[in-house]
Design a protein around this ligand. Sequence first.
Ligand SMILES: [Zn+2]
Length: 244
Amino acid sequence: MVGHVDYGERDRIVRLLCPDHGRISALARGARGSTRRFAGALDLGNRVEAMLRPGAGELWHLQEASLLRGVEGLRSDLGRLSLMAYACELCAALAREHHPEPRLFGLLDTALLLLDATSEPPAAAFRVGLEAKALTFAGLTPALDRCAVCAEALEGEALAFWGERGGACHARCAPGAPLVEPAWLRAIEEARRTPLRELIDRPLPAGPAWALAEMAEAMLGKGLRSRHLLASLETPPRPVTSPP
Ligand SMILES: [Zn+2]
């Protein structure tokens, strides 16, 4: 379950990410009724077994859904909850509709399992690794060791990150793009290649924290709504200083 919107008084349109069929939207009749037809299965982040039948147009009909695994462990923790919502939105947005997406499904499934099992919000490399892997599995591998503009190696000169163009580049190839340190790029590439479970407590060098999210948004042509709550939680509040 990667998203839903309420529909009418009793129904709900749910969004599912499925290994064999990619992203699916389905009408769940009676999902909000007093009888609770789907009995708690249709919450964000849940792994469910679903029976669907084709409906009119793109919308399927959800016949049955049973809960296989929930994420109850993190629902009381705003930090992990908002990261869970972001992971669902990101992986679903990058998945194609009605097309197998086993790697995006597996990535999200692993991320939710780890988030549910850990007791604290994971370190920065976890989210960035998730973003880099999700982009890669969607066929949008970010350029991290070659310039996204001129394709030459990124060595020995000022570097920048230009998400709209596909990743890192020479500063001279991308005037105006935010500058980045080589150490940050190396850490991102390492996070991309490292299993998520090993990134849970790995810090990241300073860099543009949302560069990969912005790249995904540029590639998708739309914003990721859940990113803003997450960003507000990741940035520690600034100390208030009173004027002299
Ligand atoms: Zn270049």
